[in-house]
Design a binder for this molecule. Structure first.
Ligand SMILES: [Zn+2]
Length: 359
């Protein structure tokens, strides 16, 4: 087997727009005649009846299955048992990151196909085959891979703009880092999430993602504050869900995402949204890259305008001690992505970079 294959992967269909849920039937029908919808209670209340009706209209029987809101191994097993009783051809995972990841985890265990239906654009989980599993204290314990990418991704922007603005901001955070992580991966020939090296398409998508956020991100977040679907919102959602997801999955991840291992182990920061964790962590990565003050200042200006965190304090962890910084740095080094960097890093390098920027 060749060891230097370029691999690019992604979902079968990506469908985005205001009212996409009501129009998704023709994309779901080919997947089979029975489905389960996995979501927590608030998300079932928000979209459950609509999803069941749209499915029924195209001859698909869809059973809602409520999950607790926490994605732990025990909860995945419980929900999978309930879902198995309906013998679904496909699983629809709906919600923010956790509802979608629970849907993927259950589909993986049932050997069913997967539809992701984000109700917030808070991360790029909808397009990815990866899902994160946490313990009862919300510490990240493992990241698993489904056998295949999601079959259909449905992003209803009229629903997305009703989610809290901080979710939209977190989505921008999860996406803004990709250009820099993918660049590090290309620099060292790192493996992507398919075990290959990246195609140039992944790098181009990460660049397009960054350029879109920088040119339209501020206008988009202003529109979301008004609960309006504008062209800026459509472009930025495509960047935060599609470009960001394809970019990292086929391009690879580096320090910004490696740091989620450390940040999810400490007070305050562990409760921050994933996209806000990686946005802070990008500032650490930029320090490690030796970026000049003007460059970092320009990124910081964008962060302020889009409610992204500039410090551990902004991330919900004021007065971080040196010991706590060392814990974050040590946790970061346990992530395989920490090796995808232009030079070999130690925990001391990570801690030093953290101390060099605002706490
Ligand atoms: Zn991410």
């Amino acid at each position: 087997m060749s060891d230097n294959l370029r691999v690019f992967g992604g979902p079968g269909r990506y469908v985005q727009g205001a009212g996409a849920i009501d129009a998704m039937g023709r994309f779901l029908q080919p997947l089979g005649a029975s489905a389960v919808l996995i979501a927590d209670r608030p998300v079932l209340d928000l979209v459950g009846a609509r999803v069941v009706k749209v499915c029924a209209d195209v001859g698909v029987r869809c059973e809602p299955v409520e999950f607790s809101g926490e994605i732990t191994l025990a909860e995945i097993a419980r929900v999978a048992d309930v879902a198995r009783g309906f013998a679904p051809a496909f699983v629809i995972g709906a919600g923010g990151g956790r509802g979608i990841d629970t849907g993927k985890a259950v589909a993986d265990r049932l050997g069913a196909r997967v539809v992701t239906l984000p109700t917030a654009a808070s991360n790029d989980a909808p397009t990815s085959k990866l899902y994160a599993v946490y313990d009862e204290r919300h510490r990240l314990v493992q990241v698993d891979h489904m056998a295949a990418s999601p079959d259909v991704v449905v992003v209803d922007t009229a629903v997305i703009v009703t989610a809290p603005v901080r979710m939209f901001s977190a989505g921008i955070g999860d996406a803004v880092v990709k250009r820099f992580e993918v660049a590090q991966c290309f620099g060292v020939g790192a493996r992507n999430m398919f075990g290959g090296t990246g195609c140039r398409a992944a790098e181009a998508l990460a660049e397009l993602c960054y350029d879109t956020l920088r040119s339209r991100g501020v206008a988009a977040i202003e529109a979301v504050r008004r609960r309006e679907v504008t062209e800026d919102v459509e472009r930025v959602v495509e960047a935060t869900v599609l470009h960001s997801g394809l970019g990292f999955e086929s391009g690879g991840l580096s320090i910004a995402h490696a740091m989620t291992r450390g940040l999810s182990a400490v007070r305050g920061a562990r409760d921050a949204l994933h996209g806000h964790q990686v946005a802070y962590a990008l500032l650490v990565q930029l320090a490690l890259e030796g970026r000049d003050q003007a460059f970092v200042g320009d990124v910081a200006t964008f962060y302020r305008a889009t409610d992204l965190p500039l410090s551990l304090t902004d991330l919900g962890m004021p007065d971080a001690t040196d010991d706590e910084i060392d814990v974050i740095a040590a946790g970061t080094m346990t992530a395989p992505h920490a090796r995808n960097f232009q030079r070999t890093l130690s925990a001391a390098d990570i801690a030093g970079a953290m101390r060099s920027i605002a706490r």
